[in-house]
Each structure stands twice: as C-alpha cells, then as structure tokens.
Design a protein around this ligand. Structure first.
Ligand code: FES
Length: 359
C-alpha cells in the first residue's frame, strides 16, 4: 500500500498531520532552545531555570511540590524538561511511541499551565492550555499508521511473521510481531535519538560566543514561546553615560552614579545600563512630561529582559508579552505577571541636566 493509499484510507489521521507536526516541531524547538540558551541552565540569575522555579514556588498551586522536588536541583530539572520536550517532539514527528508521546506532551503542557502560565491574565492568553488540548486530541486520535516509524515497524514485522512461521510460538522477545518487544525497541530508538539531539544542542551552545549582558535573560520559559504580538523593541542605543565615566566616578557617592544628561536622553527615548550592585540589566526612560524614570529590566514573570517600545510608551517583555507602564511606576498593564518592575532611584540635577542613579 502506498503512502497516498494510506492517507486516503485514514482521513482523520491525515487531517491531524498539521497539528501533529506543529506540536512536535514546537516541542522539539522548545527543548533545543533551552539547551542553546546561554543562561537557562544556570543555577541563578535572571532568565535561568532557578529564577523561574523561584517564581513558580511563589505563585503556582504546585508550589509545595516545586519547593521540595524542583528548587533544590534547578539545572537537573531544566535539563530534564528540555530532554523530555525533545523526546516528545521527536516521538510526534517520527511517530515513535506516538500515543505515549502525545500523552506526555499533554502532561507537560498541563504542568506548564499550572506553573509558567498560572499568572497569565486573561487566562486565554496563556499558550499551555491550547497545547495540552492539542496533545490530548492527538493522543485520542492516534496517528493511524500515517507517516509513522511505529506503523512501518508493525507492517515490516507482520510481513516477517508471515514469511517466517517459525516465530509463531517463540518467546515474546524473539517474536518480531510482539507489541511489547516493539514498544521497547521504539523506546530505545526514541531515547537514543533524543540524547543525540540534546548532545548536539549542548555542543552548539558551548561553541557559541558568551552572552552579552543585554542578551542575558531574554529566553523563553519552559513551556512558553515568544508570544505573537509581543514586540518589545530594545531602545536603539545604550543610555548616555551608561558606563560610569571618570567624571561619574568622581561624583559617585555624592549624588550617585552619573548615567548621562537630559540632552542625551530625548523625550520618548530610553537607554540601558547595568545595576552595579545586582548585575541586573536596567532601563531608563524619558517620559512624555520630560521627567526620567529607571527600572530593573528583569521581567517579574520569569526573568526575561524587557525593552522599551517608543510607539506605545510601554516596557514590553519579549517572552510572554508582559507590559509595564513606566509613567506609573512600571505597573503591570498586561501579560502574565501582577508585579511591577522594581523602580530605581533617580536624581536629576536641574541646573546641569545630569542624571544620577542613587545608591
Ligand atoms: S518572562 Fe514571561 S512575560 Fe516576561
């Protein structure tokens, strides 16, 4: 029977192919993305799995489980999630242990819903519930033997069994048509392929250049992907005087650390600098009324780095679309968090126009 015959004879499975390849591709990408991310598999810092677990332990209904079973081993948990996502993605795309892969995808998506997406408001903006329902659909429908390795194995072994009747009556581990033997074989192939892909991902991550401070923390969550429409634009230039100049060093301790002057930060523009004490990226904004406000740029959802969007005048997070209003102490105006960005104390010397970050 040709592939076209099988497609014709299995319309529901064929109709689900786009969903199957989308979900499989997304999970494969999400797993690889975590392994390639320069900060995700760190035991602390913005954007790391440790940072995200701390947030989950604060807001998730699974907080006690997160605290006991995940927080003590953040890197192991992060690596395990990435590996599982890769295995689920490969299982769906290749059709290996297909229904089990889809069920695992549903379980992981529900776990992400109860942790990463739990604070998303309104709830329908969170991506993990639709993912869970998509996986449940695939698990219920099955692949119908369409473009699956397990279907190919079953057909091949059925042919072998017909041609070689000596298998009849053999032990289950010798009989190529035995479903248990086939499942173990598929599990072995899937595990080997997943570990191979993960090893390749880590090797690529190690050979990549070290991240810059601005790039650190801009990574998707365990369950999430960048939200469509989240178009945070980092400001075009670093803030004037972001690196304290010799002059700034001379004034530090009196008025604070010199960041620049009002002339260098036009109304409606923003710039970046780094908070020396915490190492966090920070952002400074010249508001429409001419005043200046500065904030820690680490998103209070899961630690990505926010950017300033001159069009809306908001600070936007590229990971899951959190939006903060710099004109109102970075209060949350959208997205999956309910905590504003920490505001940093700024002093402007009106006589000279100098902007200082106070201690
Ligand atoms: S990290 Fe999720 S919205 Fe910012």
């Amino acid at each position: 029977m040709t592939i076209a015959d099988r497609l014709r004879g299995s319309v529901p499975a064929a109709a689900l192919l786009p969903l199957r390849f989308f979900l499989g591709g997304m999970f494969l990408y999400a797993g690889l993305d975590k392994l390639l991310d320069p900060v995700f598999l760190r035991s602390d810092g913005p954007g790391s799995i440790a940072f995200q677990l701390q947030e989950f332990a604060r807001v998730s209904p699974l907080a006690p489980l997160v605290t006991i079973f995940a927080e003590p081993f953040p890197v192991l948990v992060g690596f395990g999630i990435a590996l599982l996502e890769i295995a689920i993605g490969l299982g769906a795309i290749l059709g290996l242990l297909y229904r089990w892969s889809a069920l695992a995808g549903a379980g992981l998506s529900i776990l992400f819903f109860l942790t990463a997406s739990w604070t998303t408001r309104p709830y329908y903006l969170g991506p993990d519930l639709p993912y869970a329902l998509g996986w449940i659909t695939l698990a219920a429908a099955g692949a119908g033997g369409v473009l699956t390795v397990e279907g190919w194995l079953a057909r091949r072994e059925a042919r072998l069994a017909v041609r070689q009747p000596q298998w009849q009556g053999a032990s289950r581990w010798e009989d190529p048509a035995d479903p248990g033997r086939r499942a173990v074989l598929q599990l072995g192939v899937l595990a080997a392929a997943s570990v191979g892909v993960a090893t390749l991902g880590r090797a690529m991550a190690r050979s990549a250049p070290a991240p810059t401070a601005a790039a650190a923390g801009a990574s998707p969550s365990p369950g999430g992907s960048p939200t469509p429409g989240a178009t945070a634009q980092p400001s075009p230039s670093t803030v004037a005087g972001a690196s304290p100049s010799p002059e700034a060093a001379a004034t530090a301790g009196v008025d604070g650390t010199l960041l620049g002057t009002l002339d260098q930060l036009p109304v409606g523009q923003a710039g970046r600098f780094q908070v020396q004490s915490s190492g966090d990226p920070a952002i400074i904004v010249r508001l429409p009324d001419g005043s200046v406000a500065a904030f820690d740029a680490v998103c209070t959802h899961e630690g990505c780095t926010v950017g300033y969007d001159p069009g809306s005048g908001l600070l936007l997070c590229p990971c899951h679309g959190a939006a903060f209003d710099p004109a109102h102490h970075a209060e949350v105006v959208g997205g999956p968090t309910n905590r504003p960005l920490p505001e940093l104390p700024i002093k402007v010397d009106q006589a000279t126009g100098r902007i200082y970050l106070q201690a």
